[in-house]
Ligand binder design. Structure first.
Ligand code: MLT
Length: 334
């Protein structure tokens, strides 16, 4: 009888452990908005490597590239309800669900990779992570640094605000980016990322903006000819995990995910430092013409900062938040 009870107890406790996920091995399903060769994929690889190593091979991850699991904004919803484990996507596609992260999308706030590293890896990044858990049910595990979003189009070189006026430009469904183009005098076309290549190919839109590495990995050089070196947004692309999925893990496993995310973040910055210049040359070799905006971008900067910043102080957490961000990167408060 005693033997029977012991066996039963062991079976019950094994089943309990399995249902809480405390010991079960997991293959995390990771949605990725971009294609192979992108900096998003780079972060995914760094994260999976670190996850496997730190969990002694217990956990791993599988990436589904190129928006296979839905548009970037849809993946936030999926993760929030726990039907998707993780997603790698641009921060501008998280903002609609957690407005305070919009501070990273405000034009001309982040002016270098170093600014991006300071903000994401410091107390402000930590606070934004807590906000996305609260607002959107997802936790930021890692940050991808993808570089400045450069404007591309199929029609002509653009170096001034006047040059933009007759172009139809695709933007993400993001209010800050829509308002930025409005400040430059045009009404942009909001379109999901997963539809953008086709939109450019079929000429529903003339242009879009994204970093060199994204332009290259998404093969935009096949449908776009001109690049303008705008620096209005430095693209940051988090790896998010469903908070429901995260809370199902043991504390030890949660810590493993957090540490793997930190390692992937550091490697992502190095990756960008190593490859960005090379990718820019590759785009030229593939036939793209790259121009700098006239007058060191002064007109673009003035119009966007004056019109757009004040419109979003409330949504990012007040003018004090804006000033905390500016001060953290050594800039004058507003
Ligand atoms: C977008 O333009 O929607 C995103 O920045 C694209 C991306 O994830 O690379």
């Amino acid at each position: 009888f005693l033997k029977k009870v012991c066996t039963l107890t062991a079976a019950v406790s094994a089943a309990a452990m399995l249902t809480t996920g405390a010991v079960s091995a997991k293959n995390f399903k990771i949605a990725v908005g971009d294609s192979a060769g992108s900096s998003q994929e780079g972060t995914g690889k760094f994260f999976i490597e670190a996850l496997e190593e730190k969990s002694g091979g217990k956990h791993t991850g599988t990436m589904f590239l190129n928006g296979q699991l839905g548009s970037e904004q849809d993946t936030v919803n999926e993760a929030a309800i726990g039907t998707l484990d993780m997603s790698l996507l641009a921060i501008n596609n998280v903002t609609p669900f957690s407005p305070t992260v919009g501070v990273f999308t405000l034009p001309y706030v982040i002016l270098s990779l170093e600014d991006a590293e300071k903000l994401t890896q410091g107390p402000i990044g930590q606070e934004l992570t807590e906000n996305t858990i609260r607002d959107a049910g997802v936790r930021i595990l890692a940050w991808t640094y993808t570089g400045f979003r450069r404007l591309t189009n199929s029609k002509k070189p653009v170096t001034t605000v006047a040059d933009l006026q007759d172009l139809i430009i695709r933007v993400p469904k993001n209010e800050i980016m829509i308002e930025t183009y409005k400040s430059w005098g045009i009404n942009p076309t909001p379109m999901a990322w997963s539809e953008t290549f086709t939109g450019l190919q079929t000429k529903v839109v003339d242009g879009q903006d994204n970093p060199y590495t994204t332009i290259n990995s998404m093969k935009f050089y096949e449908v776009q000819e001109y690049v303008t070196n705008l620096r209005y947004i430095f693209s940051i692309e988090p790896l998010i995990v469903s908070e429901a999925v995260f809370q199902d893990l043991s504390e030890e496993d949660q810590q493993i995910l957090i540490e793997a995310g930190k390692e992937a973040t550091l490697k992502s910055a190095q990756y960008l430092r190593d490859i960005e210049a090379e990718i820019k040359d590759e785009l030229v070799a593939k036939g793209m013409q790259i121009d700098d905006p006239e007058n060191d971008e002064a007109e673009f900067i003035k119009l966007a900062t004056e019109a757009v910043w004040p419109k979003f102080y409330d949504s990012i957490g007040g003018v004090e938040k804006m000033n905390a961000v500016l001060t953290a990167i050594g800039r004058d408060p507003v």
